[in-house]
Write a protein of this length. Structure first.
Length: 392
């Protein structure tokens, strides 16, 4: 029989799906206001994302950068910081990967391909580490600095694509289209399905999700990151260098976003161009929230939001609804997912408070013995603490 604690965790896990359904129901009202048949619109959305091989592969292709960004968001949130700079970190990762691959195109592909990925990861790590240092050393709000770093990255991209990184062939032809030269074919990520854009970067993203899970829950570094996120004051008292792990959280988050940029260049576009980030830096936050800020939960959440992005394009073409409706749906999902998470946290706090009030009323016979109190594994408060950590 399912215990009360396990049933409560099951309900908490299903709340994001309930939030998604509520957002879609509100979307029905928006479609009706636009004079569109909601059944026809949502049918077009599902067919576009999952109706054939092309739709499924496009969904998985979109899900790949969403997952990588979502993993970075999971690390940042678990470390108690908020990374809104995914867009800029994607851009600098893609720029670094492109510059490295084009500049060292004569290097054998077996060496060039992993080094290109590493260059994108390093650029993202630096771009995320700067706000981390400012937060850790000077107390500067990381939301402000990451948003500002987005703008700096976009201006840097505009400068490079119209100057040093502009494709020489376009310069010779006098067209000056703001895009880089094509990457050497030796660094192109292999296609998993012929004649589609679905590439092996998806496998890399899933492997990194497993690695992030292992890092956060099976290593000392991950434990300290989560401890700092849960209570920096207690962590500092316990001897954990809080500034170091705040910086590390944002740096690792930026690194994964940089990998997302490199994967987009190497797997989809094969050159750096404007608009490459595609809003993944913000959509990845939504995917991470929907996945309960857990690296394994981010895998299906990214696939779901990839389907939403692909299906929204199909819906726009099929029933002539504005593309902004998809953005509105994402915003509604964020609203309801965050509201559900707030509900879970308040419920856990109320349960902790009620347990604390009940403890003094225990009789001597009801009170736990010293051995049970020492282990703490069988006490009623242990699963409450576990639920609180999972919800955070």
């Amino acid at each position: 029989m399912i215990s009360r604690a396990h049933f409560a965790r099951l309900i908490d896990a299903l709340l994001p799906l309930v939030a998604m359904l509520i957002a879609l129901l509100v979307g029905v009202l928006l479609l009706l206001m636009l004079g569109t048949d909601p059944i026809e619109a949502y049918s077009a959305l599902i067919r576009g994302a999952l109706g054939n091989v092309s739709g499924i592969t496009q969904t998985l292709t979109k899900a790949t950068p969403l997952l990588l960004v979502g993993l970075g968001i999971c690390i940042a949130f678990r470390g108690g910081v908020i990374n809104i700079g995914g867009e800029g970190q994607i851009v600098v990762g893609a720029l670094a990967a492109t510059a490295f691959a084009v500049g060292f195109g004569e290097v054998p592909g077996l060496i060039l391909l992993p080094l290109t990925l590493v260059s994108g990861a390093a650029a993202g790590l630096v771009w995320g580490g700067i706000p981390g240092l400012l937060k850790a050393r000077l107390g500067v709000n990381e939301i402000l600095t990451t948003v500002m770093m987005n703008q700096i990255a976009l201006r840097l991209m505009n400068f490079l694509l119209r100057g040093p990184m502009l494709d020489p062939e376009h310069v010779a032809a006098g067209t000056s289209i703001p895009q880089s030269a094509t990457l050497p074919e030796s660094v192109w990520l292999p296609r998993l399905v012929p004649r589609t854009l679905f590439h092996s970067g998806a496998i890399l993203a899933v492997l990194l999700a497993l690695a992030v899970y292992f890092l956060l829950w099976r290593t000392t570094i991950g434990y300290r990151i989560r401890a700092v996120g849960l209570n920096p004051h207690a962590s500092r008292y316990a001897g954990i260098p809080v500034p170091k792990y705040v910086t590390l959280s944002l740096a690792l988050s930026g690194m994964l976003c940089g990998i997302a940029g490199a994967v987009e260049v190497m797997g989809v576009h094969h050159r750096m161009l404007e608009g490459l980030s595609g809003g993944y830096g913000f959509s990845g936050i939504v995917a991470a929230l929907f996945g309960k800020l857990h690296p394994l939960g981010a895998i299906p959440a990214s696939a779901l939001f990839g389907a939403l992005l692909v299906g929204a394009d199909k819906m726009q073409r099929a029933v002539q609804v504005p593309s902004a409706l998809a953005i509105a749906l994402q915003g509604l999902v964020v609203l309801f997912v965050v509201a559900s998470d707030l509900y879970v946290r308040r419920r856990v706090r109320r349960r902790v408070g009620s347990d604390a009030q009940d403890m003094p009323n225990l009789t001597d016979e009801e009170a736990p013995d010293e051995d049970a109190a020492a282990t703490g594994e069988e006490s009623g408060s242990s699963h409450v603490q576990e639920e609180r950590e999972e919800s955070l």
